[in-house]
Write a protein that binds this ligand. Structure first.
Ligand code: F6R
Length: 364
């Protein structure tokens, strides 16, 4: 049931503050300022490497998780798309934690990768939304997301719930390895607990984003730029736009622009810049200015501080609440999803059932 919403995708975007709060509530003990995972039979402190395998949107959760795990827990992380994983003969040493991420828990390539890891003796965990799925049954440690059924083919609420669990997992591994002090854990719990309210603040910009959808809908190509954990979010933004609006879109690490893609820039190419204020902001802004100097039309998504510093000269700006860099990908996901959604509505595509796509991909 879509309720008051025109599409399931819109409904699912709007459900995010509630389902992310639901998911977080089973991974945070806010009163004690602690993160917590379900009971498990192995010691997270012994994890020396993490191998993350997933497809599509779920693989971008893995890519964001790599930044978090490496920063917080100081363990090396590899991220593979599942269709490539088995065939590159990955080196899976002892003390590797194999992590699969999947909404459906049935994606054929991810399931095959999970079975491959198990056959190599690797301990596995899964961030999975459908609790009765094959992957949920087969992983050693199930880390459920509580997004509820996701009907729209384009993943939205599953993505942000997966990120919430990923942050909790990274913090738990960090703590088990002695890399996270009680004080830092308390700060992290506080920031994570702020996510639902920050998502509500982001949703309040819906009408504005709808207003800019007409301009974007006329484009042939759109680029998304981000740095650090917001780089995989740029990839996710581009995927979302291409799958439901059929506009060609690419995500790039902002600093990579000058190594090739900047050749594409002219007045007809909108560039969506995801840049919360923080340590990486100035660098991203200088990449954005390189785009503007070539006539590129920028949509800057940042907070009040960032927009005051760099919003001048942008085609449009979207103001996010000021949040800690750690949680920015969860909050900035909202405008990125809304933009794709409204562009698709302007274009009149079948938003919930885009052509050529299936909700669950059970062939390799
Ligand atoms: C994109 C999308 C797909 C899925 C991918 C993995 O919006 O929905 O890229 O993320 O097919 O699906 P799951 O998470 O079910 O393994």
């Amino acid at each position: 049931d879509k309720g008051n919403h025109r599409h399931f995708m819109q409904k699912e975007i709007y459900e995010q503050p509630v389902v992310v709060a639901q998911t977080l509530s089973s991974y945070l003990r806010t009163l004690e300022a602690k993160v917590a995972l379900p009971d498990m039979e192995f010691d997270l402190g012994s994890v020396e490497r993490v191998a993350i395998v997933a497809c599509g949107t779920a693989s971008y959760v893995g890519a964001i998780g790599k930044y978090w795990l490496e920063q917080m827990a100081r363990v090396p992380v590899e991220v593979d798309v599942a269709s490539e994983f088995r065939y590159r003969e990955p080196v899976l040493g002892p003390n590797t934690l194999g992590l699969v991420i999947s909404q459906s828990g049935e994606t054929a390539d991810t399931l095959a990768a999970l079975r491959h890891m198990k056959s190599e003796g690797v301990t596995t965990a899964g961030i999975i939304n459908v609790p009765t799925s094959s992957m949920a049954r087969e992983v050693d440690l199930l880390l459920p997301t509580h997004a509820g059924p996701e009907i729209g083919v384009a993943s939205t609420k599953a993505f942000t719930c997966q990120l919430a669990v990923m942050a909790a997992l990274a913090a738990n591994i960090a703590r088990a390895k002695g890399k996270l002090s009680d004080a830092d854990e308390a700060v992290l719990v506080k920031h994570l607990a702020e996510v639902p309210a920050a998502m509500n603040a982001a949703l309040a910009h819906d009408a504005e984003i709808e207003g800019m959808a007409h301009t974007i809908a006329g484009a042939r190509d759109v680029l998304y730029l981000g740095r650090g954990p917001d780089y995989p979010l740029a990839l996710e933004g581009a995927l979302k736009l291409k799958e439901i609006s059929y506009i060609h879109a690419e995500g790039y690490a902002a600093g990579e622009m000058k190594h090739g893609p900047i050749a594409l820039i002219d007045e007809s190419v909108p560039v969506i810049v995801i840049a919360p204020s923080g340590p990486l902001f100035d660098k991203t802004v200088s990449n954005m200015q390189e785009v503007q100097a070539r006539g590129g039309k920028v949509v800057l998504i940042s907070d009040s501080e960032g927009l005051a510093q760099a919003g001048e000269g942008a085609l449009a700006t979207i103001e996010m609440p000021k949040v800690h860099p750690l949680i920015a990908p969860l909050v900035y996901a909202v405008p990125v999803q809304l933009l794709a959604y409204h562009v698709a509505v302007v274009k009149g595509t079948d938003v919930d059932q885009p052509r050529n796509l299936a909700k669950s991909v059970t062939v390799e």
